[in-house]
Ligand binder design. Sequence first.
Ligand code: SAH
Length: 218
Amino acid sequence: MNLQHAGIGMTSARTRGRMIERLRTKGIRDEAVLAAIGNVPRHLFVDEALAGRAYDDVALPINYGQTISQPYIVARMIEVLRNGRQLGRVLEIGTGCGYQAAVLAQVAKEVYSVERIQPLHERARKLLRELKVRNVILRYADGSTGLADVAPFDGIIMACAAPVLLDALKEQLAIGGRMVLPLGTAEQFLYLVERTEKGFRETRLDAVKFVPLMGGKQ
Ligand code: SAH
C-alpha cells in the first residue's frame, strides 16, 4: 500500500494508533488484524466532510444508502475469519467503499470483492488502485450467488445481511474454510460457518446491525 498518498501524514498514523488501542480494549487480540487496520488510511474511504470522524469507532455513510462498517466489526469479523491462520483466497460480498477489502488484502493472499452498486464499485476500484492494493480483484455483480468461477474460498465475508444463509455461498467454501456473515432482518446476528470434511458447522456470535443484502445490480 502506498503510504505516500496525499493526505496520509503523521497525524492520521497517530490517530490510527489510538484506534488500534481502542480495538484492543474492546477485545480484538489478533495482532495481524490490528496491524492490517493500522495500515489502512480509513479517512480516504469516506467523504472529505466526514474525514475528521474516520478514526472514531463508528459506521459512516458512503452514499447510495450504504455505510462503511464500524472498525470494531471489521476487526472482529476478520479475526474470526482468520482464526490465527494465513488466508489464501477470500471472497467479500459488498465492497462498498473498499475499506474492508483493503484490510483483508493485508491478511489474505487474494481478495475477490463483489459490489452491486456500480458507482461504489468504480470508486473503490479507483481508490484501491491509487493506494496500490494489488491483490484485490473487484467485480460489479450481484454477490448473492458468490463467484462460482473462482471458488472455492478459504474465507467468505459478507458486509450485508441476508435473511437466511445462502446455500450457493456455503458451497463455495473450501474444506477447512470459514464464512463470517450477518444473518437476519429486524434482528441480526453474526454467524460463523465452518466447512469440515463432514459438513458444515454454524455458530451464532454477536448481535449486529448491517445494511440488507439486495438482489440484482444497480
Ligand atoms: N465492505 C464495506 C461495507 C459496505 S456496506 C466496508 O468496508 O465498509 C455493504 C455493501 O453491500 C453495500 O455497498 C451494498 O451495496 C452491498 N450489497 C448489498 N447487497 C449486495 C449483493 N447482492 N451483491 C453485492 N453487494 C451487495
